[in-house]
Write a protein that binds this ligand. Sequence first.
Ligand code: GLA
Length: 400
Amino acid sequence: MRCLILSGFVALSWFAAAASPACAQAAPPQPPRQSNGLALTPPMGWNSWNHFGCDISEQTIRAAADAMVSSGMKDAGYQYVVIDDCWHGPRDAEGNITADPKRFPSGIKALADYVHAKGLKFGIYSDAGTQTCAGRPGSRGYEYQDARTYAAWGVDYLKYDWCHTGTQDGQSSYTLMSDALRATGRPIVFSLCDWGSNKDWLWAKNVGNLWRTTGDIYDGWESRDGHYNGMTNIVDMQAELAAYAGPGHWNDPDMLEVGNGGMSNEEYKTQFSLWAEMAAPLIAGNDLTKMDAQTLAILTNREVIAVDQDALGVQGRRVFKDGDREVWVKPLAGGGRAVVLFNRGKEASEIAVDWDMLGYPKGTPMHVRDLWQHKDLPRAHERVAAEVPPHGVVMLRLSY
Ligand code: GLA
């Protein structure tokens, strides 16, 4: 704002100058902005943050890629291996971002090549402000330069955080990086990570492919003792935003905690089921090299994954709530419905879904499949009821 600098010594003279046509400055031209055509179903992958935090290296990431293949997760649909915060070294003399030479001595390009050679895709992390949340260099002022670097390294996915952004405007900061990524010509999924601060769902449909809706998830059933955003608290925040999700642009209730130890397996089944029901990105956050069989069975439940990845791309909604008993419904391609009977209580409880909750006329005969028991239930015509374990779900697929 040259006008502001030249005449800013008295507020009055600035207003006068800013209003004068001689001092007007046109907004920079913007390319037309449409969806980048990526992430037509919610992205699936793994991210280093929830388990490893800053304690990462090229070995950590390679091992995760290896395990994603050998465990069968890749075959189940997981694709992106994403390094979160703390991979960075300093900027070089020309301002190019470099990798931490101790933890990533082979460089990021070599790591991306390794991940690609496994048939997987590679993601990285930066921040719209001057520094990342862990204090590494942010992309503020280097957006086009960083986007070019990422494309040259073979990056397929960028998670872009919101720490150290001061008075920056959210929409323009994210749009700037979105344009910079497009300008590289490389298809790069753009993951906005501003914790709902900028109400991205209202404007980010053609800017990013997913946007965080809440603060960081806490690996516990609900918030307690200064730990905010327990799993069920996040569910309640995300539930209100269903209308904004669709193919190519998803609400992101943060990554999975399945296998990280803060919740029971029943509770992790609940997280996985509700994330799928909400068409959320399925980004595992555990140590893939040390998973037990139950963790793997949850993360690779293909029938639940199919609900998440359903081509219709509609986020499921809560259609019934009576205290701790809830019913969630997600319309599926072909006219079926995914139903989650969700018991938030500490005792087992019977929960029923009635056809009027599904938008079906009573009497409509439906096939019913239990997606955790992997078994067909008797055909039903107007309702299905089930005993739901404490803190648990029964997840059903109803089809003609
Ligand atoms: C923020 C994000 C997290 C993670 C950390 C890294 O808190 O919301 O998901 O990326 O930063 O520092």
